[in-house]
Design a protein around this ligand. Structure first.
Ligand code: LHQ
Length: 263
């Protein structure tokens, strides 16, 4: 029986989406893209899901595009890779960045090509110590896509971004943490335990506040200080009206843990 390319599980207020083509290192074909798009949309739509965790089955996280798929194979017939990006990868990266809930990636093994940049599109990236990140694009004559040319220089600076993109070398999870590319590298055996603990923490948190933290931090990449101060004022004005703000302040004053509802 063929395995579904995406596994979806919801529990304790968060969803886990698992890329599930382990024999191809979870590389993307069209069906996996379609199923992932549906799973991300479900996680966004459901109010009982307040955080999203992305991971991979088997020994890899994701090896990017499946290079043996007919629609992208570089044979005699010209293929429009731009079509693949505008149909699949670009909407996927946008949907994660615009998700009004925290998105975590648990990078369980190698993350290469668009798979590396999918991992980096998450708000918080955890990686197993044995995992690695490879901007493999230059090895096949392409530019980093899936947001790579945006994420890498912003997270690392131009020198390191350029080195990774031009050389396509493997960056270990430990170096990724040291360089500030990811949040944290953890022992392999602890990865999912730590990732789930974080997802549970986010699921019990002030969801609207988290959504606006994402908005503000990501907007800062292109905003002036002036615009950013205005944005903070506008977001704070709205958040000050939420039940979670009221609960957070009451809980603080009453010296107890807050019970956030996400409203
Ligand atoms: C694969 C793949 C793979 C198919 C491993 N495809 N089979 C967007 C728009 C349109 C078109 C172009 O692309 C894009 C975005 C992109 O993502 S471009 C970049 C595509 N990805 C790559 O170039 C990475 C290719 N893979 C690798 O460099 C290595 O496999 C890595 C570094 C990921 C892992 O190396 P190893 O741990 O040594 O594993 P392996 O190479 O032995 O792979 C295991 C199997 O998975 C193997 O199959 P086999 O039948 O021999 O066991 C590979 O052929 C298969 N595989 N990546 N992208």
């Amino acid at each position: 029986m063929t395995q579904p390319p995406i596994l979806f599980e919801a529990q304790d207020g968060y969803a886990v989406i698992t890329l599930n083509r382990p024999d191809r290192l979870n590389s993307f074909n069209a069906e996996m893209h379609e199923r992932l798009r549906d799973a991300v949309a479900e996680a966004k739509r459901r109010d009982d899901i307040r955080a999203l965790l992305l991971t991979g089955a088997g020994r890899g996280f994701c090896a990017g595009q499946d290079l043996s798929e007919r629609a992208v194979k570089a044979d005699a017939a010209p293929v429009d890779l731009g079509y693949t990006l505008s149909t699949f990868y670009n909407p996927l990266i946008r949907s994660l960045r615009e998700m009004p809930k925290p998105v975590l990636s648990a990078v369980n093994g190698v993350a290469a090509g668009a798979g590396a940049n999918l991992a980096l599109a998450a708000d918080v990236v955890l990686a197993a110590r044995s995992a690695s990140f490879v901007q493999a694009f230059c090895k096949i004559g392409l530019v980093p896509d899936g947001g790579g040319t945006y994420f890498l220089p912003r997270l690392l600076g131009t020198a390191r971004a350029m080195g990774l993109a031009l050389l396509g070398d493997r960056l270990s999870a430990e170096d990724a943490e040291r360089w500030g590319l990811i949040w944290k590298c953890v022992d392999d055996a602890k990865l999912m335990e730590e990732a789930r603990a974080l997802a549970r923490q986010f699921a019990a948190g002030p969801t609207k506040g988290y959504a606006d933290i994402k908005r503000a931090i990501y907007a800062s990449a292109t905003n002036t200080l002036d615009a950013q101060l205005d944005l903070e004022r506008d977001l704070q004005r709205e958040l000050g009206k939420t039940a979670d703000y009221r609960e957070g302040v009451h809980a603080f004053l009453e010296k107890r843990a807050p019970k956030f509802t996400g409203r």
